[in-house]
Design a protein around this ligand. Structure first.
Ligand code: NDP
Length: 324
């Protein structure tokens, strides 16, 4: 089988496409022929070595994949069945999806929901799944399309793009924050009503004019601090990312004076029932044009090059990896 293999040499991460024996695959009760994977921000950190994602080498990266079950000793999965996987540490501490074959635990797999094929499932991938979890977090906080505008930061990235498309489709007025002028047409096509430049989010006061009913933040740091200061009374900010940094230079003011809710969102360990609900909603909510507009398809051999481009903020939308 062919796989992208990450190895460590003198503190540097090396990524190379290699042929390896399938009996090297890790333990697991389901073996999947992988057809599609994708490059998420975390994959980019792992493949380039820019982030300490992987601690045991050699490792096959790829935190998500879709494909067909080849063999299974888990009675919930049968050969020939279409499945997808995101998270659970796959591609971090268990060999992942950037390979012809993956061997995993049945507990981690999601049967491909009706209305979704394997390719579209990986255009969504971990990033899109996380965007759906963020939308569900806003809904749980009582934010409706009538509540007001929803801000999405890092909007042209994988999570941001899917969040913009989903919110628009659900009827929310969406305002996108992007650091790149070149992404504006793309963001408008996905459904952003207005676009704000990222550099307006560098400075903040503890409380600012109340602008947003809710927000989905993929960036963190000063941007998230400003978003909190601008969130309306009773609003909710779903925070899932750190593309701008992991700090959070804020005050308690938005929380104690405006009843603002800061809801963290993690996609890796999401319990199965919420996972299935999110995938089911993704399958029915995203419009067909999202799949055309938001994806760049690459072969596995190009994964290292595109991982570097993601870290350099030179990619918009999702990077889909064709395995077979
Ligand atoms: P992408 O690289 O696709 O998008 C990130 C976007 O953030 C970029 O497109 C850019 O948007 C913006 N950005 C990039 N660099 C900076 C910077 N230095 N300062 C401010 N903004 C920046 O990544 P994903 O969408 O896949 O992931 C986004 C974040 O969410 C990542 O931090 C990722 O780790 C996290 N994540 C978390 C998950 C979870 O389970 N909690 C799951 C999935 C992702 P623009 O150019 O439009 O400004």
């Amino acid at each position: 089988m062919q796989a992208l293999i990450l190895e460590q040499q003198e503190g540097n991460t090396l990524a190379a496409l290699k042929n390896i024996d399938e009996n090297q695959l890790p333990e697991g009760n389901v073996t999947v022929d992988v057809e599609w994977s994708s490059l998420n921000y975390k994959d980019a950190l792992a493949i380039t070595g820019k982030g300490k994602i992987i601690r045991q080498f050699p490792m096959v990266p790829g935190i998500d994949f879709s494909g067909t079950v080849r063999s299974s000793s888990d009675e919930r999965f049968r050969p020939g069945q279409q499945v997808l996987l995101t998270g659970w540490g796959v591609g971090e501490n268990h060999w992942g999806g950037l390979a012809d074959v993956a061997r995993v635990q049945g507990d981690w797999l999601v049967p491909l929901p009706q209305g979704l094929n394997g390719r579209n499932a990986m255009i969504i991938g971990t990033a899109g799944f996380t965007a759906m979890l963020c939308v569900m977090a806003l809904e749980d906080a009582g934010i409706t399309p009538q509540s007001g505008e929803i801000l999405v930061t890092g909007a042209s990235g994988g999570v941001g793009s899917t969040a913009v498309a989903l919110l628009h489709e659900l009827g929310y007025p969406v305002v996108a924050v992007s650091g790149r002028e070149s992404t504006h047409d793309y963001l408008r096509q996905l459904g952003a009503g207005r676009i704000l430049p990222r550099d307006e989010f560098n400075e903040t006061r503890p409380l600012e004019k109340q602008l947003w009913a809710g927000a989905i933040d993929t960036v963190g740091d000063k941007v998230l601090a400003k978003v909190l200061a601008q969130t309306q009374y009773g609003g909710c900010v779903a925070a899932c990312g750190l593309a701008g940094g992991f700090a959070l230079p804020t005050t308690v003011m938005p929380f104690i004076l405006r009843n603002v809710r800061l809801q963290g969102v993690d996609s890796v360990m999401t319990p199965t029932s919420r996972r299935l609900a999110a995938w089911e909603r993704l399958a029915r909510s995203l419009p067909q044009n999202f799949y055309q507009q938001a994806a760049t398809e690459i072969p596995l051999a190009k994964a290292p090059e595109f991982a570097a481009a993601i870290i350099g903020n030179r990619i918009q939308g999702r990077t889909l990896v064709k395995i077979k």
